[in-house]
Design a protein around this ligand. Structure first.
Ligand code: PMP
Length: 356
């Protein structure tokens, strides 16, 4: 095909999401979902929305998701004007790339990071430069100081390494880049990190992104949010209103509010995941894996003698799926989502058998 539009299509590099297999009975440790169900209050709230007046689904939802913004504001001690909500944090990030990260200078992110960032850059015409992680895969804030840039973004804990950056290092980055938007993607922060949301009142260039997909067990409901200065939020609202005026449906809004209000359930699930993560890290170390310290609900580990792709295939033959990235520097690692204790025991037994 030589037509102009076919070249346009060829130039669009899509994100390739982790596999969502159609077969049942797999031990699914590949896309960092929570192994525990969401709060029962979520299910009750969704049911009530349907029971109350089923005809309500006929009507558009609140375009501003005010109830949800109020719930986020209450939980994080900010005002509703400091909150933007979207259909999963991927959509929130898409809006950030479209609205706030287009400047003369390239944006900066780590060379090992969430693989969606370079894809967004390609799709939205945002230039970028990567900043290498240190030898031990930690993020050195010095790499983000004194470099002209059009914005900065990194996950904390980082993905797929799981390594955590302290909040004072984030403050250092925000302080050193007052003219750039600094985005901290805290998808996994509830599994042992400290949120940078506490800094947003002091740094008007700081935007912190959260998801309900991981610590609130709601990947299927698609809810994420950003917290930052009202002017940044206003920028995101402008893009959102021209893209999809009703991003969150009625069920997502009431379900997400109920999830955010059930602190006991949230804490219990996070603690269970953290405890299993620690046991799994120790068990993998006993099998000679090198395990990076993780503050997330996944583990990043490599075996010094065995090829990671082959290990992933051998696990799959035993109906266990984990994530392997064919990328420079990390292609000998496996990223393993922390499942239930029983799932992690099955994984360790499978690996023991494969390693012989
Ligand atoms: N940020 C990071 C670092 C992630 O790993 C993910 C999950 N793939 C997301 C954001 C997006 O999560 P969601 O769209 O489910 O909120």
């Amino acid at each position: 095909m030589s037509r102009f539009w076919s070249q346009v299509v060829n130039d669009l590099t899509p994100y390739v999401p982790g596999e969502q297999p159609k077969i049942a009975n797999l031990i699914k440790l590949n896309t960092n979902e929570n192994p525990y169900p969401p709060s029962p209050k979520v299910l009750a709230a969704v049911q009530a929305e349907l029971d109350g007046d089923a005809a309500r689904l006929r009507l558009y939802p609140d375009p501003n998701s005010d109830l949800l913004k109020a719930a986020v504001a209450r939980l994080h001690g900010v005002s509703a004007q400091q909150v933007f909500v979207g259909n999963g944090s991927d959509e929130v990030l898409a809006h950030i790339f479209m609205a706030l990260l287009k400047h003369e200078a390239p944006i900066l992110f780590p060379d090992i990071t969430y693989s969606f960032y370079p894809v967004y850059c390609g799709l939205y015409g945002v230039d970028y430069q990567t900043v290498p992680l240190a030898e031990d895969f930690s993020l050195d804030p010095a790499g983000y100081v004194g470099k002209a840039n059009g914005g900065i973004i990194f996950p904390n804990p980082n993905a797929p390494t799981g390594r955590l950056l302290a909040v004072d290092a984030i403050e250092q980055i925000a302080k050193a880049n007052p003219d750039s938007v600094v985005v901290v993607d805290e998808a996994y922060v509830d599994f042992g990190g400290e949120s940078a949301i506490k800094l947003v009142d002091r740094y008007d260039n700081l935007l912190v992104v959260h998801t309900l997909s991981k610590s609130r067990s709601l990947a299927g409901l698609r809810v994420g949010f950003a917290v930052g200065h009202p002017a940044l939020i206003e920028g995101l609202e402008r893009v959102k209103n021209s893209f999809n005026s009703y991003p969150l449906d009625r069920l997502a809004i009431v379900g997400a509010v109920a999830a955010m209000e059930d602190t006991a359930h949230f804490e219990q699930c996070c603690q269970a995941v953290i405890a299993t993560r620690d046991t799994l890290s120790a068990d993998l170390a006993k099998l000679d894996f090198e395990v990076l310290p993780s503050a997330a609900n996944f583990i990043f580990a490599r075996h010094p003698q065995r090829d990671a792709a082959e290990l992933a295939t051998a696990l799959r033959e035993r109906s266990i799926i984990v994530r392997h990235f064919k990328l420079p520097r990390i292609d000998q690692f496996l990223r393993i989502t922390v499942g239930t204790d029983a799932e992690c025991r099955a994984l360790v037994d499978g690996l023991r058998e494969i390693l012989g």
